[in-house]
Design a protein around this ligand. Sequence first.
Ligand code: ASP
Length: 347
Amino acid sequence: MNTTRVTPSDHGQETIESTCTGPRIVLFGTGGTIASSGASATQLHDYRVTATLEEVMASVPHMHALGSLTGEQVFNVPSHDIDNGMLLQLAQRVAQALNDPDVDGIVLTHGTDTLEETAYFLDLVTNSEKPVVVVGAMRPAQALSADGPLNLYNAVKVAASPQARGKGVLVVLDDRIVAARYASKRHTSATDAFRPHEHGLLGEITGGIVRFFYSLVPRHVEGMAFALDKMAMLPQVDVIFDHIGAGEHLYDASIASGAKGIVLAATGNGSLSVSARAGARKAQHNGVLMVRSTRTGSGTVLPLADDADFHTICANGLNPQKARLLLMLVLTKTADFQIAQRYFDCW
Ligand code: ASP
């Protein structure tokens, strides 16, 4: 039988350690449905974060046989409450752990609402062969057929798997492994909310075995990495959703409130509507970078002749919420739209 003990860490948080040998996996707890409960077994929405990482880990005793597990609660909130400062804090802790020679892999428990944002951000700012797996649940812990325990078990299994090395940040839910770059929450409540349609699954966990189907095209581009250790804060980047009848006032408000970048969740192939053109012009005159993404949910946003005139950047395959993360990081390096475009072409 494996045992678990709780000790205060150097980072002022409690750490949880299990005594099993095997791959050394660090779990970071951030909250979300996987740490939540409602009033009854049939209450599947409108619940609160109730459990610490220690309690979540204790509820899946089987996973302690998969390796030597250490847990650290970074924060404990629903993921729609995570702000830029928390994201940066979390990324810095993950990067530190990746640099630790005593760590073989990382699992992050996270709410599913913004899980894709944290996973992609970590993918952008870390560069390690060690597996980093982000996991959540669609049903709270007390629910009939709660998915959290098996998702967590599978996430630890993937993080402990030698095959998961060098694959970038991975998202594990519903027995599937998805690359952070392509993972997106596409359903409000179904347990397979992260099933990607365009880019496919990277792998699965089936019959207790981790199987990868493909390898990702490597992305870490020489000279284009982001130095997380020098980042004290992230610049303000807003997302504006375009639609029939949209006004210019959101661009005015964004620029006036100090945004350094705007991502347009544009129609179709990142089209610039009348108000988006006006907004892009205002952004250009105020030194605010504007990225054209798409509200369609899939497909690649291609360059337009207008980009040279309006100094707009095309998001390629990034959805608006992921384009926002990349733009924040790019803005720590440049305010030039052409150089910024090169980052969007690579990442
Ligand atoms: N509201 C939750 C969150 O993102 C949803 C979830 O975790 O599934 O924290």
